[in-house]
Design a protein around this ligand. Structure first.
Ligand code: TPP
Ligand code: SF4
Ligand code: MG
Length: 285
């Protein structure tokens, strides 16, 4: 059984003090420990951004990929070996800007990967520009007079794309986030958790205090996560009240169960057959 200590790495953590990424890191480690997963069977895929350092700070298999390409790489890993638990970590820029197209296709295929979006409503690593989730009026270096673009709603996008497990977490509540991660990992199929992640430097509006005054837990209000209609109704809530918890979950077969080449088991465990090309080469010569 993996312990919290075994999941730590000697890397010096360079996130700013108070950054919401610390809570996400702790929750992920706790979820792995509490689910009794072997760290050798967990893979973390990270995009480019402050969140991308997750692979440096957690001792599981890790790959740091191109900006916006977390889901294609995570899909490839899962299809090669379904025994692995594949966790994708992306920023709001990564996931909902350059990587947005991948969301719909991973969703419709129901690939069994877990997508954790560190949603700080800003491009942090590149020193503060608006992201697709920045609110109207949000002042950044790229929008000194305030953003004038309508933000996207990631939960609505996920529901409309057919994501089979849609949740929102808050980095100010590690215990609740751990619960969400455990449920997402247990879910058979694609799971998205959009995590409200305060950034201490580039977002002085959506702070821990700002969220604490607004977040409420869906499970404490009798929300039925099996109702798509209910999920849509909750997903549009923002401002005075912001729901966290599991918005929607649906049971349907994950991609690898329908994908014909995988019926004989994981590709990684199938024998390598080198075809005899001699007849073909003779025919072509
Ligand atoms: C293909 C490509 N385009 C642009 C960039 C520049 N870039 C690096 S990180 C980033 C955005 C980071 O914002 P986000 O994904 O929200 O991550 P955060 O730093 O907030 O965690 C951008 C645009 C890049 N590295 N690669
Ligand atoms: S800039 Fe923001 S997101 Fe990046 S490490 Fe600092 S607090 Fe965290
Ligand atoms: Mg961001």
């Amino acid at each position: 059984m993996t312990t919290m200590e075994e999941l730590s790495t000697p890397a010096r953590i360079t996130w700013c003090p108070g950054c919401g990424n610390y809570a996400i890191l702790t929750a992920v480690k706790r979820a792995i420990v509490e689910l009794g997963l072997r760290r050798e069977e967990v893979v973390a895929v990270t995009g480019i951004g402050c969140h991308g350092r997750m692979t440096n700070y957690i001792r599981v298999n890790g790959i740091h990929v191109l900006h916006g390409r977390v889901l294609p790489v995570a899909t490839g890993i899962k299809l090669a070996n379904q025994r692995l638990t594949v966790l994708g970590f992306a920023g709001d820029g990564d996931a909902y800007s350059i990587g947005m197209g991948h969301l719909s296709h991973t969703a419709r295929r129901n690939v069994d990967v877990k997508y954790i979006v560190h949603d700080n409503l800003v491009y942090a690593l590149t020193t503060g520009q608006t992201s697709p989730t920045s609110e109207i009026g949000f002042r950044t270096r790229s929008t000194p007079r305030g953003s004038y673009e309508q933000p996207i709603n990631p939960l609505l996008q996920a529901l409309a794309s057919g994501v089979s497990f849609v949740a929102r977490g808050f980095a100010g509540d590690v215990r609740h986030l751990t619960m969400l991660l455990k449920e997402a990992i247990r879910h058979r199929g694609f799971a998205l958790i959009d995590v409200l992640q305060p950034c201490m430097v580039w977002n002085r509006v959506n702070t821990y205090e700002w969220y604490r005054e607004r977040v409420y837990k869906l499970e404490e209000e009798g929300h039925d996560p099996h109702s798509l209609e209910e999920a849509y109704r909750r997903a549009v809530e923002w401002g005075e009240r912001i729901p966290i918890g599991i918005l929607y979950r649906e049971e349907r077969p994950p991609y690898h169960e329908n994908f014909p080449p995988l019926r004989k088991g994981p590709l990684a465990l199938q024998p390598l057959k080198t075809p005899d090309l001699t007849p073909l080469l003779k025919e072509l010569s």
